[in-house]
Design a protein around this ligand. Structure first.
Ligand code: ADP
Ligand code: MG
Length: 510
């Protein structure tokens, strides 16, 4: 690294240790050991007025994950330890070349914002103190605005002070349509969203409201509208804001006698995207303000997009007149993804991140993590992090180990029925046969193997297992089990068959 200024490496370690202690108090043990314990301080240097602390991350995933999930916490801890001029930089280990060059320490710094770009002076502000110039209305109008290059909102690399620029659309540039996988679960919402993005304010979908459970892609999709509109210059001013933040800002505006600025600011927006509108529930004053903004925008043909975690009617404490406005346009729901969509999403994520990962691992994750897409992503990232950290290949064993606690809640163990299906599938025989009296050779073999796995992989008693195989008694199960074990010992080909079936079963169990 070519750092200007004095290197004070001795204290980098100590400074980071102090940061880490603060972080440790604020995250779960599991998160801490996964995401923070592996980080190493590289240097602490003075650069002009700034104190630059550089830490090394094992891979790019860390960078993305930390930015996404721990930005505030890391920033606060760095500030606390290094003071207001503290800045954190990341060094990222280059993985693929390590082996060849035998240089495990090889690293790169991700392209940071240009060094001469001013640090926004929000040092004194808490993170909630997001500032906008209401009266000047000089918010970001897109990539071409000279004061605000588009990079400003795309995860700037240097952490403290830079991420929140004073005025911004608040959009996360990675939430695009290209990265959004379409499936039965989200087709309507996605297609409507695209139509709106192509002609904001001009379709009959105004307002457009997406609702559905957590982690299903609502935020992604409504931001995709914003990003598309921005990239294709379909509208001038775009604002994405959560209803919570809208509420906080409104309250602050009132406190500072700037309610009319607030109101004017929002009325001047062409595409207003409000996330998690359920938080408007019970907030009468804010709803009233929003109601008027809504009317003003709608009347002048501006687009309004909303998301909520349930149908609007089910949100408590929403005024009737606002509810009826919501029904003017289109509501689309998002459902949990089906297996194919889950697999497609995982494949895409792996591809986007440039990771080679076996299909069977993808299938394993897809089969087992069903509830939502955020968890699906989390599982993949955790797996990658773990494999990078421990320098282990990603295989089924590792996947099971690492994802055990994620899967526990959602997955029941294999049932005898499932085992029978997998085994019969393997031998291409009808599943009813293993439950019947047939003594045909291949049926007997399949039955024995299914019994063997039922004994090994389920908690059921021998008696119960026997009952599932056409009411046979427990001694038959013992006999089958013994017979399988004997053949495994003596017959190489048979052993291989058993392993192949085991593998198929494992893909379905935790
Ligand atoms: P919600 O707002 O409904 O809680 P998010 O939009 O935050 O959910 O989605 C959670 C994560 O899953 C995000 O990282 C998002 O990019 C990803 N995601 C959701 N749906 C899809 C999809 N259809 N294709 C690709 N990624 C998706
Ligand atoms: Mg969301």
């Amino acid at each position: 690294m070519n750092e200007r200024g004095n290197r004070i490496d001795v204290t980098a370690d100590r400074a980071w240790k102090e940061c880490i202690e603060i972080i440790r108090d604020n995250v779960s043990g599991q998160s801490f050991s996964t995401w923070f314990a592996p980080l190493r301080a590289v240097s602490l240097v003075e650069d002009g007025d700034d104190l630059k602390l550089t830490v090394q991350l094992p891979s790019r995933f860390y960078y993305e994950w930390l930015e996404e999930h721990y930005f505030d916490l890391v920033r606060k801890s760095v500030r606390k330890v290094l003071g207001p001029t503290g800045r954190l930089y990341y060094d990222i280990v280059i993985e693929q070349d390590d082996a060849e060059r035998g240089a495990p320490g090889a690293s790169m710094q991700l392209p940071a914002r240009p060094a001469n770009e001013p640090v926004s002076g929000d040092d004194e502000l808490s993170n909630d103190d997001f500032r906008m110039s209401y009266s000047g209305a000089s918010f970001d109008t897109g990539p071409s605005t000279p004061e605000m290059p588009s990079t400003a909102i795309q995860n700037p690399f240097v952490i403290p002070g830079l991420r929140r620029s004073p005025v911004t659309t608040n959009l996360n540039g990675s939430y695009t349509f290209e990265r959004f996988i379409e499936g039965d679960c989200n087709r309507l919402a996605r297609n409507a969203a695209l139509a709106i993005a192509q002609q904001p304010g001009k379709t009959q979908f105004n307002p457009f409201l997406i609702y559905g459970g957590v982690g299903l892609g609502k935020t992604h999709l409504i931001q995709a509208i914003g990003n598309y509109v921005r990239a294709n210059k379909k509208a001038e001013s775009i604002m994405y804001v959560s209803s919570e933040r809208f509420t906080t800002e409104f309250v602050q505006a009132i406190q500072h006698n700037r309610a009319s600025d607030f109101s004017m600011f929002y009325r001047s927006i062409d595409l207003l995207v409000i996330d998690d509108a359920q938080f408007f529930g019970g907030k009468e004053k804010t709803q009233e303000e929003f109601f008027h903004i809504f009317n003003a925008l709608h009347q002048s043909g501006k687009q309004i997009v909303l998301s909520a975690d349930r149908p609007p009617r089910d949100i408590e404490g929403i005024e009737e007149r606002l509810l009826s406005r919501f029904q003017w346009g289109l509501s689309a729901d998002m459902q949990p993804p089906d297996l194919e969509t889950r697999i497609a999403i995982l494949q895409r994520k792996a591809e986007d991140d440039g990771i080679a990962i076996d299909n069977e691992i993808i299938e394993f994750i897809g089969h087992n993590i069903k509830s939502n897409i955020r968890e699906l992503e989390g599982a993949l990232i955790r797996l990658l992090a773990f494999s990078t950290l421990n320098k282990r290949e990603i295989d089924l064993k590792l996947a099971k180990e690492v994802l055990r606690d994620l899967i526990k809640d959602t997955q029941v163990t294999l049932s005898i029925d499932e085992i029978q299906h997998v085994v019969c599938d393997y031998f291409d025989i009808v599943v009813d046969l293993v439950r019947a009296k047939t003594r045909k050779r291949e049926v007997v073999q399949a039955r024995q193997i299914a019994m063997y796995f039922s004994k090994e992989l389920t908690q059921h008693s021998l008696k119960t297992i026997g009952l599932h195989f056409g009411g046979r008694d427990h001694s038959t199960v013992i006999h089958a089990n013994q017979s399988v074990l004997n053949q495994i010992d003596t017959d190489h080909k048979y052993r291989q068959t058993i392993e192949e079936i085991r593998h198929k079963l494992e893909l379905r169990s935790r």
